[in-house]
Design a protein around this ligand. Structure first.
Ligand SMILES: [Zn+2]
Length: 192
């Protein structure tokens, strides 16, 4: 799956893709995936989700740990994707998670301290696990939909901050040709 995902990500670096477009899909697909997993999680899966949440909560606030925390946050969603009975849906969600992970890997500047975001994520994950324990599909859908809408909001705020930083730090006349951050990231990543 990883080679296919990488090829598709490389292909997409020729497109002008931004965070809003990623979340436009993620808001739909993560909710569908989340619902498809209800009743399928084993005790081992629950243990992995709990371990992931504990690790997330333990992270300190320096930059390296912050990035690690973001990886863990995405890993929570990857754990759910591995249990998804629909391989196509699982692939699509994992692909979007990989794109977001690329974004965290490449640009240090993309990971300013956003404690509010971390706390919100941890809270949503806890609510999700509780809803899974109760096998409450409606609740799972509701919490995941809220989680994705909230994450999109934070992503947009982050992109706006980044754009503002570029305006301050870059007075190049080519600035109007500036492409989306995600595009730049994918481009840089393609050479890694
Ligand atoms: Zn999450």
């Amino acid at each position: 799956m990883e080679p296919a995902s990488r090829m598709l990500r490389n292909f997409l670096h020729f497109q002008q893709l931004d965070g809003r477009q990623v979340y436009q899909l993620r808001k739909l697909l993560e909710v569908e995936l989340a619902a498809s997993v209800v009743g399928r999680l084993t005790e081992h899966d629950f243990q992995q989700l709990e371990a992931n949440m504990s690790a997330c909560a333990c992270c300190a606030s320096d930059e390296e740990d912050h990035r690690h925390q973001r990886f863990l946050e995405l890993e929570f969603h990857q754990l759910l994707a591995r249990v998804c009975p629909n391989p196509l849906l699982a692939f699509m969600c994992q692909f979007l998670n990989d794109m977001l992970r690329d974004l965290v890997v490449i640009k240090k500047a993309y990971v300013p301290e956003r404690k509010q975001f971390d706390h919100a994520n941890q809270d949503y994950h806890r609510q999700l696990v509780d809803a899974y324990r109760a096998e409450d599909t409606q609740r799972v859908r509701q919490v995941m939909a809220e989680h994705m809408a909230d994450a999109e909001h934070h992503m947009s705020a982050l992109e706006a901050e980044m754009a503002a930083q570029m305006l301050i730090s870059n007075d190049s006349p080519n600035l109007q040709n500036h492409r989306s951050k995600l595009h730049d990231l994918a481009t840089e990543n393609a050479s890694v």
